[in-house]
Write a protein that binds this ligand. Sequence first.
Ligand SMILES: C[S@@+](CC[C@H](N)C(=O)[O-])C[C@H]1O[C@@H](n2cnc3c(N)ncnc32)[C@H](O)[C@@H]1O
Length: 198
Amino acid sequence: MMHDRPTSAASFFDAKYRDRVDPWDFETDPYECARYGSVLTYVDPLRHRRVFEPGCSIGVLTEQLARQCDTVHATDISPIAVQRTRDRCSAYPGVTVSIGGVIPHPGELFDLVVFSEIGYYLDEDALAVAVGAIPASVAPRGRFLAAHWIGYSPDHILHGFEVHRVLHRVFAGWTHRVHDVHVDRRRDGFVIDVWDCE
Ligand SMILES: C[S@@+](CC[C@H](N)C(=O)[O-])C[C@H]1O[C@@H](n2cnc3c(N)ncnc32)[C@H](O)[C@@H]1O
């Protein structure tokens, strides 16, 4: 079903970034720091040299990926978020940041896609279509890594587990390497799934 929800508009996120520099406390919250640590567990710098990270926000994870990988192409629907990620990652020549969505440009090829906390802003059909276009941009032996919060927010169209259910369908032909649910009493927690293309 198609939703005409504000969360599909750049202005919705720009308003959040105008209100607060770091609306989700990605820079400072120990929970977020631990979540990034879990995500990075599944990044192999020798193998995952070219990374695509849609929905990069202010680039806290982007910078951590840039420390390990040769190139990171980060996108965000919000121009304000894109500028913050550019500023944060300006010391990393391998980082490019553009205003954009979930689908890479034709011809781009990546070893790793990090799909973190973005899927629930799309409805099920839009998510399946957008993510369904990603495999064409993943190199042989490449990886798709998804991580989503498992709490409830009025901003979200889908719950984190619903997002990962859609991803399971899209990546059914790939090797499913990891399914990990991190429960956090204070912050609900998050789910990670990893698929390899082989
Ligand atoms: C919760 S933040 C995720 C940040 C980051 N991925 C992380 O894990 O720390 C969600 C970000 O996704 C962006 N976003 C939402 N829908 C998007 C879309 N369709 N395409 C690109 N970015 C989108 C928002 O602007 C926001 O910056």
